[in-house]
Design a protein around this ligand. Structure first.
Ligand code: COA
Ligand code: AMP
Length: 624
């Protein structure tokens, strides 16, 4: 049962040009619509409203970039000025309400400015993470068909510059859809060549633009599209609406994260991911906080004390990151010696999400930081937490491995494969009773059918999260694994289907499988197994090197795809389904049963030998 009173009250806390007369339209499930007749604007709520309420001189954004050795503070008033101008620059290029704008940028304030500028004029942004290569970018360009693309000339990784502009040019070449203009932010580290007639310089465009006012939009007008991995190679374009997002994100700040306007809030993620959209950009600004944009890594920029330096220097009150970042810090600074050299007394709590947090890492973080460490569960689809210890409501006991309880608005249950509710604490599919609360996805871009089919068809009346887990007798929720072919590499969600498409495209490959294998730092890493075409006489090492290079080129370095082996055959069921789950269990050293439907059990022995040669399960070859 949805608590309409809660969401009615929460809606009263935001600015509406026209307040909604109804909280929920549930006439067309699963296409529920929150605040159906409300009219608002996300940029107005993030900036103009804050300034009206007296926060003009408060710092809105702290940009801290160890990779460029630069720092900058931008007040709400300055941010509004830049956003309004950039919105004018977009409008001058024909962008109007409902048009899409693709943003391909690193962690710089301009990425946030571009997003808010779109929201200001009702344009729908689609931010693509900088670690994706041209092919992935091209797929997103074709799906979102942006009128304008906004990009930076380069990204900066600790070990190298990433030339974004050539990647963008190649993506536009590959895509069927062509943007009318590209606005390029030139960075001093690596300037890009601009294509006359299509490309314009960001700073020139911003300087000559007339500031644009906010365009009132319907509550259900899409705020953004954010692509995420699904089972197939075609990414899912998660669509978030405007009114529900403002209400839910603003509500979450005091209630889940326990932050008040004026507090410094830091989500150490990337604007290319959902955490970045919700908790680097929108929620902190809707709540009048100061948000930190950190262009660096947890380790290596320059060391494992980097996060603590940022906390001390900017007086961060609440921090949010992925467990993988903590595993990396723990590996470099196990005793917390670097941590001890900073004053982190401003820190009130740490939130973790994006992947399963192993109890070891959680305990280590809690012990070293001396503040509550909250593991909370959410997804690109939901946009904000499904389960969490809600610090602004009540601090529940912290149980390592558990995500505490469902957040108000989510009725989480565990179902068996027949759709029956499991109440004895055993593992099943984690689902959420429909309707989902405000701020969750309203559809998939250009794919209403896929939205219905992928998420609402298996268990009628419920949203299928794609995660498996259990709920204990006290109502604490545990997420254990995915139920589909999605893997989680350093908190980044990847589709094994998309990786397999690249492997199969190699001319010598007959068939292949990609599985996720456990990794001490990144949580999981992809591992490929390929069967070669009959008659191929080339050296396996050469073929594997080509495959590794093509994944890097087509998906991007973020896939961290380095492990691949040639095998004679892949294990399959009699109906021809590759037994990825069994191979995954073998690689991770988990107990597994010989599937009753297996075609030829001997193949598993061959796979076991190959996995051992690669070091799986860890310890079997004495190397890992
Ligand atoms: N643009 C271009 N390339 C990028 C990139 C970006 N924005 N982000 C990562 N990459 C590249 C890296 O340079 C690296 O390339 P390499 O193969 O040449 O070394 C590759 O993608 C993998 O990067 P990453 O996942 O960052 O691994 P890493 O080994 O460099 O660092 C960690 C390991 C744990 C420090 C890092 O993964 C991390 O900080 N993770 C936190 C993740 C996170 O915040 N997730 C958000 C979910 S809440
Ligand atoms: P993404 O959409 O990229 O945020 O990835 C969402 C997926 O990450 C979820 O479906 C889970 O599989 C996983 N995930 C996110 N947060 C957690 C968490 N706290 N514990 C376990 N898994 C998580």
């Amino acid at each position: 049962m949805i608590d309409t009173q809660l969401w009615q009250q929460a809606a009263e806390d935001i600015f509406w040009y026209q307040a909604p007369s109804r909280v929920l339209d549930d006439s067309n499930p699963p296409f529920y619509r929150w605040y159906p007749d409300g009219v608002t604007n996300a940029c107005f709520n993030a900036l103009d409203l804050q300034i009206e309420q007296g926060r003009g001189e408060q710092v809105a954004i702290i940009y801290d970039s160890p990779v460029t050795a630069s720092k900058q503070q931008i007040t709400y008033a300055e941010l509004l000025d830049r956003v309004a101008r950039f919105a004018g620059a977009l409008a001058a290029r024909g962008v109007s309400s409902g048009d899409r704008v693709l943003v391909y940028m690193p962690m710089v304030p301009e990425a946030v400015i571009a997003m808010l500028a779109c929201a200001r004029i009702g344009a729908i942004h689609s931010v693509v993470f900088g670690g994706f290569a041209s092919n992935e970018l091209a797929v997103r360009i074709d799906d979102a068909s942006p009128k304008v693309i906004v990009a930076a000339s380069c990204g900066i990784e600790p070990s190298r510059l990433v030339p974004y502009k050539p990647l963008l040019d190649e993506a536009i070449e590959l895509a069927d859809h062509k943007p009318e203009a590209c606005i390029i932010m030139q960075r001093p580290e690596l300037a890009a060549l601009l294509l006359p007639g299509r490309d314009v310089d960001w700073y020139e465009a911003e300087a000559e633009a007339e500031p644009a006012e906010c365009v009132p939009v319907a509550a259900n007008h899409p705020l953004y599209i954010l692509y995420t991995s699904g089972t197939t190679g075609q990414p899912k374009g998660v669509v978030r609406d405007t009114g529900g997002s403002i209400v839910a994100l603003k509500w979450s700040m005091p209630n889940i994260y326990n932050v008040a306007p004026g507090d410094v809030y830091w989500a150490a993620s990337d604007v290319g991911w959902v955490v970045g959209h919700s908790y680097i950009v929108y929620a902190p600004l809707f709540n009048g906080n100061t948000t930190v944009i950190y262009e660096g890594k947890p380790v290596g920029t320059p060391d494992a004390g980097a996060f603590w330096r940022v906390v001390e220097e900017h007086q961060v009150k609440v921090m949010f990151t992925a467990p993988t970042a903590f595993r990396a810090i723990k590996k470099e600074d196990p005793q917390g010696d670097l941590l001890a050299s900073y004053d982190i007394s401003s820190l009130q709590s740490l939130f973790l999400a994006g992947e399963r947090c192993d109890p070891n890492t959680l305990n280590w973080a809690m012990d070293k930081l001396g503040v509550p460490v909250i593991d909370h569960w959410w997804q690109t689809e939901t946009g904000w937490p499904i389960c969490s210890n809600c610090l602004g409501i009540e601090l529940l006991p912290i149980l390592p491995g558990s995500l505490a309880r469902p957040v108000p608005g989510y009725n989480v249950q565990v179902l068996d494969s027949a759709g029956q509710q499991i109440t004895d604490g055993s593992i099943g599919s984690l689902v959420v009773e429909s309707p989902l609360p405000p701020g969750t996805f309203i559809t998939l871009w250009n794919a209403d059918d896929r939205f219905e089919q992928a998420y609402f068809s298996k268990f009628p009346g419920y949203y299928e999260t794609g995660d498996a887990g259990f709920i204990d007798a006290d109502g604490h929720v545990y997420v254990m694994s995915r139920t589909d072919d999605v893997i989680n590499v350093a908190g980044h969600r990847l589709s094994t289907g998309a990786l397999e498409e690249v492997l199969s495209a190699h001319p010598d490959v007959a068939e292949c499988a990609v599985i996720g294998v456990a990794d001490a730092i990144k949580g999981q890493l992809p591992l490929g197994l390929v069967v070669l075409n009959a008659g191929v006489v080339r050296d396996d090492t050469e073929i594997v090197a080509e495959i590794v290079a093509s994944v890097r080129q087509q998906i991007g370095p973020v896939a961290a795809f380095r492990q691949c082996a040639v095998v004679e055959r892949l294990p399959k069921t009699r109906s021809g389904k590759i037994l990825r789950g069994t191979m995954h269990s073998m690689a991770d050293g988990e107990p597994w049963k010989l599937p009753a439907t297996i075609d030829d059990p001997l193949i598993l022995d061959e796979i076991s030998v190959t996995l051992q040669a690669l070091g799986y399960p860890p310890g079997t070859d004495g190397l890992s």
